[in-house]
Design a protein around this ligand. Structure first.
Ligand code: F6P
Length: 544
C-alpha cells in the first residue's frame, strides 16, 4: 500500500495537472466517466462527474483514502472506540438511528438498550402531547412548541422542521437560538402560554444563549400561569442534573449521552420537538433514512462509497486545487437551511489546523461553506460563481419529484441542471464576439463587451438528487454529509468531534459582559477598550 506522504504528494500532483485542464473535455477522453462517477446510495443519486478530477486522479484520491486507512477509521467509529481523543469519547450518533435490536457499544459497553429505552420514552411523550393526552395547566392540550437551543441543538431540528413541516401543522413549532431578545420576542408573540410547551435543548445545559432564552420563556409562562407553569417546561440534555436544577421536572428531562456530538444530535431526543410536531412515524423515517446511509457507508467499497467519494471530491478541490470556499445550493425552498446546517457540521468539525496529536496538519482543511436556496442564490451570488476571480465549487441538491405546481417544479429543476452545466461549460469569448459582430456592434464595443459577457467555465460541481423530499431521503442526505465530514477528518488526520475553537470567544464574552455591567475594566487593546467604553456608557447595552 502507498504510504500516506506519497499518497498526498500524488494527490497534490494530480491537482496540479487538473488546474490546466478542462472538465468538460474529460467526458470525451473518458467514455465511462459518468458511469464511474455517478452512483446511488440510500435512495440518493450522486453525480461527481462535473468535478475536476480525471479517472486517474480519482485513483490517486482513492489511494489516499487507502493510505489514510479510512476503512480502519470507519471501523473504529462504528465500533464505539474513542475517536474524539481530546475529550476521550466515541462518536456514536449512528447508534441513535439504528433499528431496535442493534448492538452498538461505546468504549466496549453496550449502548443500544439505553438508546432504545430513551427512544421509547421520547415516543411516548411525543405521541402523548400530539394526541392531547399530555396537557398543560388547565388541562388544555398543547398547540405550540417553542424549541430553545443553539448550534447543534438548533440547526438540525430547525432544518428537519422546515424541510418536512406540513402546510397546516397541528402544532405551531417555533425556534429560538440567538441571545438577541428579538428572536424570542418574535417567537413568543401571539402564543397562548396555557397551550405552549417550552423545550429547552442543550447538551451541556451551560450554554449562555439557551439558558438566557429558557429563563425568559419560563418567566413568560410563570407570568401567565403561576408556579404550575413549570409543567410546560421540557429539557433535553446530556447534563440532566443541570436541567433539573433549572426547574424542569425530572420526568420531563430527556437525556442523551456524551458520545453524541451536538452537531450530530438531531437523531437523539434533541429531535423531540420535531417528533412531536411532525409525528413519530415521520421522525422514525428520518432515522431510517440515516441508518440506510450508515449501512451504505459501512459496506460499500471505497470506489463506490458516496460519503467517501464526496469527501475525496471536496478534498481534491480544497487541497489539490487550493480552493478555500464551497457553495451549497439546495434547489428546494424547504432545504434552504441546509447550508446553515452544513456550516456547523463541516466548519466546526474540520475547521482545525492541528491534528489529533496536536501537530500542525500541514494541509488546507475545511473549506468555508456558504449558500442559499436555488433559484434565489442565482440572483445574489451566482454572478461571482460564474465570473469571479476565485473558483468556488458548488454542491447542487435537487429533488426530482418536488411537490406543488408542476410547471414551477420543472422550472426549478431546469435551473439546477442548467446552472451546473453553465458553470462547467462556460461560454467562450470567441462565441460572444461572433454574436456581437452579427448584432452589428463596432470593434471597440466588441473588445470591451466580449470579455465581460464570456464565461470561463470549468467551475466544478457535485449534483445530489433526491427522488422526493421524504423524511427518509432527508435522513440519508444529512448522514451522507456527516460521514463525508468524518472521512475528510480522517484524510487530514484531525479530530472531527471536538470544537475547542469556540471556547476563547465564550470566555472573553463573559469577561466583557462583566465590564459592560459596570465591573472593573480589564486590559484590552485600544479598539476593544473603546468599544467597551462606548457600550458601557450606553444604558441599553449595560442593563443587567
Ligand atoms: O458552539 C459551540 C457549541 O458547543 C456547539 O458545538 C454546540 O452544538 C452548541 O455550542 C450548543 O451547545 P449545547 O447543546 O451544549 O447548548
Amino acid at each position: 500500500m502507498t504510504d500516506l506522504d506519497t499518497a498526498w504528494r500524488r494527490l497534490l500532483e494530480a491537482g496540479g495537472r487538473a488546474s490546466g485542464r478542462r472538465i468538460a473535455g474529460l467526458f470525451d477522453v473518458e467514455p465511462d466517466r459518468l458511469a464511474r462517477l455517478a452512483l446511488t446510495a440510500a435512495g440518493l443519486t450522486l453525480d461527481l462527474s462535473k468535478q475536476p478530477w480525471s479517472l486517474a486522479d480519482l485513483a490517486a484520491a482513492l489511494d489516499l483514502a487507502g493510505a489514510a486507512q479510512v476503512e480502519a477509521a470507519r471501523a473504529a467509529l462504528f465500533g464505539g472506540q474513542i475517536v474524539n481523543r481530546s475529550e476521550g469519547r466515541p462518536a456514536l450518533h449512528m447508534a441513535l438511528r439504528a433499528a431496535d435490536g442493534a448492538a452498538f457499544q461505546a468504549k466496549g459497553r453496550p449502548v443500544s438498550p439505553a438508546v432504545e429505552a430513551s427512544r421509547a420514552a421520547m415516543r411516548t411523550f411525543a405521541e402523548g402531547v400530539r394526541a392531547g393526552d399530555i396537557r398543560g395547566v388547565g388541562a388544555r392540550p398543547f398547540t405550540a412548541i417553542v424549541h430553545i437551543g443553539i448550534g447543534g441543538s438548533d440547526l438540525g431540528p430547525r432544518l428537519v422542521w422546515e424541510a418536512l413541516r406540513p402546510r397546516d401543522p397541528a402544532i405551531d413549532l417555533r425556534f429560538v437560538a440567538n441571545v438577541d431578545p428579538a428572536e424570542i420576542e418574535l417567537a413568543l408573540a401571539g402564543l397562548d402560554p396555557a397551550r405552549t410547551l417550552v423545550v429547552a435543548v442543550s447538551k451541556s445545559f451551560t450554554t449562555q444563549e439557551t439558558l438566557a432564552n429558557a429563563g425568559i420563556a419560563r418567566a413568560w409562562l410563570r407570568a401567565a400561569l403561576g408556579e404550575a407553569a413549570d409543567a410546560h417546561l421540557v429539557a433535553v440534555s446530556a447534563n440532566p442534573e443541570a436541567a433539573a436544577a433549572f426547574g424542569v421536572a425530572p420526568d420531563r428531562v430527556f437525556d442523551f449521552w456524551d458520545w453524541v456530538g451536538g452537531r450530530y444530535s438531531v437523531w437523539s431526543a434533541v429531535g423531540l420537538s420535531c417528533a412531536i410536531a411532525l409525528g413519530w412515524e415521520v421522525f422514525a423515517e428520518l432515522l431510517a433514512g440515516a441508518a440506510e446511509m450508515d449501512v451504505h457507508f459501512q459496506t460499500a467499497p471505497l470506489h463506490a462509497n458516496a460519503p467517501v467519494l464526496l469527501a475525496l471530491a471536496h478534498v481534491f478541490n480544497r487541497d489539490g486545487l487550493g480552493r478555500p470556499i464551497r457553495a451549497v445550493v439546495p434547489y428546494a425552498q424547504r432545504l434552504r437551511l441546509f447550508p446553515a446546517f452544513l456550516q456547523q457540521l463541516e466548519m466546526e468539525s474540520n475547521g482545525k489546523r492541528v491534528d489529533a496529536s496536536g501537530r500542525p496538519v500541514g494541509r488546507a482543511t475545511a473549506a468555508a461553506v456558504f449558500g442559499d436556496a436555488g433559484t434565489n442564490g442565482q440572483h445574489a451570488f451566482f454572478q461571482l460563481l460564474h465570473q469571479g476571480t476565485d473558483v468556488i465549487p458548488v454542491d447542487f441538491v435537487a429533488v426530482a419529484g418536488g411537490e406543488g405546481e408542476p410547471d414551477s417544479q420543472a422550472k426549478l429543476l431546469a435551473n439546477a441542471v442548467a446552472q451546473a452545466e453553465a458553470l462547467m461549460v462556460g461560454r467562450a469569448e470567441g462565441e460572444v464576439r461572433a454574436e456581437l459582430q452579427a448584432a452589428g456592434l463596432d470593434a471597440a464595443h466588441i473588445d470591451a463587451l466580449a470579455p465581460q459577457r464570456a464565461f470561463p467555465g470549468d467551475r466544478p460541481s457535485s449534483f445530489i438528487l433526491m427522488d422526493r423530499l421524504t423524511p427518509r431521503a432527508l435522513g440519508a442526505v444529512i448522514a451522507l454529509y456527516e460521514h463525508k465530514t468524518f472521512v475528510e477528518g480522517v484524510l487530514w488526520g484531525i479530530n472531527s468531534f471536538d470544537q475547542w475553537g469556540v471556547e476563547l470567544g465564550k470566555t472573553l464574552a463573559a469577561r466583557v459582559l462583566g465590564e459592560l455591567r459596570g465591573g472593573p475594566r480589564g486590559a484590552h487593546d485600544p479598539s476593544t477598550a473603546a468599544l467597551i467604553a462606548r457600550l458601557a456608557d450606553d444604558p441599553s447595552a449595560s442593563e443587567p
